[in-house]
Design a binder for this molecule. Sequence first.
Ligand code: G4F
Length: 324
Amino acid sequence: MRALITGINGQDGSYLAEYLLSQSYEVHGTIRASSLQNDRKLVNIKSIFEKIKIHQCSLEDYLSVYKLISEVKPDECYHLAASSFVNYTFCDETSVILTNFNSTCYLLSSIKELMPRCKFYFAGSSEMFGNADKSPQDEETKFNPRSIYGITKTSSFYVVKNYRECQNIYACTGIAYNHESPRRDFSFVTRKISQSVAKIYLGITSYIELGNIEAKRDWGYAPEYIVAMHNMLNNPRGPTDYIISTGLVYSVRYFLDLAFSVVNLRYEKYLKINSLFFRSLEKNDLIGNSIKIKNDLNWESKKKLEEVIEEMVLNDITLLKDGR
Ligand code: G4F
């Protein structure tokens, strides 16, 4: 089996690549040209670099995507690449649309043309529910995205659905809630916290600045979420969309408290609240009901948030001690 992963060097892409290699897949992945020149952007795939085939591809360009599909000829395609930072101010919205929406259309159009039996996974997001009218959300909940990121994920969801229903392509969307790990990008709050705790513990810095610490999230463990993705493309029931979540919510304050407790410190002594990191239109009640994927595919989130936090903090301490 040959798999293509867009954004293979990201948190999810790299875990998925490792998982598929362990299942004897031939693994191909796309990376932006600019990332190939930057060692920091390749750190997640360093250990498997020789085992995978990297393609430099601009997903905003149809010809580039078409050539990619004709060259790789994948059996499974996991479209994970996206401009993924959520903001509600609509800054730089056209470039987010180009990256997130057009790439989905280009991939599906090329697959239909060149590899119509290729199965397609699209990485949806809880941000599609945005200002949700019900909580927890499930596969029937109405979308009401509030961020440009959420809008691009929702519009892509409908493209995927239409390729499935009208073009007979095996295409589906995993509506994943937040999922974290030691490979999380530093722009997200969990990694920002774990790295800051590590720096404070090692005496490199003396405080952490955050925005709304009462915000709550349904936080899972990334290495488990990529198994859900693979299961969805190997679903005996055929292609359908699933919520991928833990069904539990915790506040940023709770995360912070536990992260500091890993090194026996109290967060109150080191925390500064900075209004720059607040998101004005943010709603806090996004929590996923993943009973459908549990019933159909026997997938459920297992790792406790406490364990995820400990792994992240200890990993950041090791990285800093090693000068990485
Ligand atoms: O870690 P975050 O930036 O993640 P967010 O916005 O929930 O988005 C992530 O999860 C989505 C759902 O799966 C994905 F679609 C998306 O691509 C991404 O992976 O923020 C989490 C919470 C927010 O409520 C934010 O307001 O943390 C709050 N927060 C408080 N202080 C902060 C900070 N977030 C960041 N990034 N930085 C802060 O200083």
